[in-house]
Write a new protein. Structure first.
Length: 252
C-alpha cells in the first residue's frame, strides 16, 4: 500500500511542480521520493521524510501567493484530460492489446472497456450536473465516495451480465483494492483541505480527476501481470465475443 501511495504522490506532485517550478525542482522532489522509497531503515526514513516535507513546504511557501491564485475554469473541469484519455484507451490502445491466449485477450479487453466506460459515464454525469459547485467540504467528499461506489457497482454488474468469468472480476478487484482505498483517502484529504479551496469547488474536482486519471492508467498497465497470475483457474472456460465462442485451453 505504501509503495502504491508513493507512486501516485510522485505522479501528482511531478506534474504540479513541473508546471509551477520547472525541471530542476521536479527532479529534486522526485529524487527525494525515490530515495525514501528504497531506504527502509527506520531512522534514515524519518530523516529523509523530514527533508522531503521541508523541501515541499519551502516550495509551496515560496509561491503561496501564486498557488492561491491558480484559476480553474468550468471548461477545464468539463474538458479534463481524463475524458480524452479514456476515449483514446478504449478506441485505440485496448483493441491492440494482446494477452497470452485468444480467450484472455478477448476477456481482458472487454473487462477494460467496461471498466473505463463506467468511469467515463459516471464522471461525465457528475461533472455535467454541476451539483458539486454548491457543496460544502463534507457533502463533496460524500458525493465522491458515492460516485466511486456507483462506478464499481456498474462495471462489475456489466461484466457479470456479459459473462466475464468471476475469477477475473475477483482478481482485478483484489488488484485494484489498494488503489481504490488510496483514491478515497486522497479525495477525502483534498475535499477537506483549504489548500484546494476555490470558487465552485473547481480546483478540488479538477485535482481529484487528476488522481483518478493516474489510477486508471496504472490499472491498464498492470492488467497484463494480473492476467498472467491466473494460472489453471480459467482452463476450459468459454466466452462469447462478437458472436464468436472462444475457449481457454485446458492446462494441467
Amino acid at each position: 500500500m505504501d509503495s502504491i501511495k508513493y507512486l501516485f504522490e510522485i505522479l501528482w506532485l511531478k506534474s504540479w511542480v513541473m508546471e509551477n517550478y520547472g525541471m530542476t525542482a521536479t527532479i529534486i522532489v522526485c529524487l527525494l521520493f525515490v530515495v525514501l522509497w528504497f531506504f527502509k531503515v527506520k531512522w534514515l526514513g524519518v530523516v529523509l521524510n523530514s527533508i522531503q516535507e521541508f523541501v515541499i513546504f519551502k516550495l509551496l511557501k515560496s509561491k503561496s501567493k501564486s498557488v492561491t491564485e491558480v484559476s480553474i475554469s468550468e471548461s477545464d473541469v468539463e474538458n479534463h484530460d481524463i475524458f480524452n484519455y479514456i476515449d483514446f484507451w478504449r478506441y485505440s490502445k485496448i483493441p491492440a492489446m494482446q494477452y497470452s491466449t485468444e480467450f484472455r485477450t478477448a476477456v481482458f479487453r472487454k473487462y477494460l472497456q467496461l471498466y473505463l466506460k463506467s468511469y467515463k459515464d459516471n464522471l461525465s454525469e457528475f461533472v455535467s450536473s454541476g451539483d458539486f459547485k454548491s457543496m460544502d467540504n463534507n457533502q463533496l467528499w460524500i458525493k465522491f465516495l458515492e460516485l466511486m461506489n456507483d462506478i464499481i457497482y456498474d462495471y462489475e454488474n456489466d461484466m457479470r451480465d456479459i459473462g466475464i468469468p468471476p475469477i477475473i472480476i475477483e482478481k482485478m478487484k483484489i488488484k485494484n483494492n489498494d488503489t481504490i482505498n488510496l483514491i478515497i483517502d486522497l479525495m477525502e484529504g483534498i475535499c477537506n483541505s483549504t489548500f484546494y479551496n476555490s470558487e465552485n469547488n473547481l480546483l478540488k474536482v479538477y485535482s481529484i480527476l487528476n488522481i483518478i486519471l493516474s489510477v486508471l492508467e496504472n490499472t491498464i498497465s498492470h492488467s497484463q501481470a494480473t492476467c498472467n497470475s491466473i494460472n489453471g483457474q480459467l482452463s476450459g472456460l468459454v466466452f462469447m465475443d462478437a458472436g464468436k465462442i472462444i475457449k481457454e485451453p485446458w492446462k494441467l
